[in-house]
Design a protein around this ligand. Structure first.
Ligand SMILES: [Fe+2]
Length: 193
């Protein structure tokens, strides 16, 4: 039995946070990071339909979108060895690992050549939270760090991320392509009883 109250409480707390501090990214990171960390450290609430891996590609399930589209919450489910393209977000985002683990590789654009340059990489384990935005670093590639198990992370973004115009990047040429992610699911979890 899933403890959907945990997700409902998180939605309510995050809504209060955004009501209180608006789009002050740094303040959202400071307060929101601990809320997300607490959520992903209690793996008893995500319904199975939003935790299913797909053989072909990672899944991006919308769990909640703020009615004013000030933020959205999604579960990302990575099959063994799956990864994203190199991509940006254009808005603030937080990534918290709930099952398995993820390899996060950061990139930047070299203004003189237009090429994509690797900046660093790190492993994110259960309870780890990563931050992205145009201010703190916005281009990365995320992979399941396991080849033999599913990994799941919970993401929050400062917009309805599924409809945001974003970009993917080609590592060899620096070529930048428009990208709108959409969502993998047609319906949302019912947290309201
Ligand atoms: Fe990302």
């Amino acid at each position: 039995m899933q403890n959907l109250t945990r997700l409902k409480t998180f939605i309510q707390e995050f809504t209060r946070l955004v009501d209180r501090i608006g789009d002050d990214e740094q303040a959202i990171f400071v307060s929101g990071k601990s809320l997300l960390q607490d959520l992903v450290l209690h793996d008893d609430w995500l319904p199975e339909d939003f935790a299913k891996a797909d053989l072909n590609r990672y899944q991006q399930y919308l769990l909640h979108c703020d009615p004013l589209e000030r933020f959205s919450i999604a579960s990302f489910v990575w099959g063994p060895g799956q990864c994203t393209p190199i991509h940006d977000h254009t808005v603030w985002g937080m990534v918290g690992v709930m099952r398995g683990g993820e390899l996060c590789e950061e990139f930047c654009v070299d203004d003189s050549t237009g090429l994509i340059v690797a900046e660093g990489k790190h492993l994110l384990e259960i309870g780890g939270v990563d931050l992205v935005s145009p201010q703190v670093g916005d281009i990365h590639r995320v992979s399941n760090s396991f080849n033999d198990q599913v990994s799941i992370s919970i993401h929050i973004y400062g917009a309805n991320i599924g409809i945001v115009n974003r970009h993917t990047y080609d590592l060899d040429t620096g070529n930048k392509q428009l990208f709108v992610s959409g969502y993998s699911n047609p319906s949302l979890p019912n947290v309201w009883g």
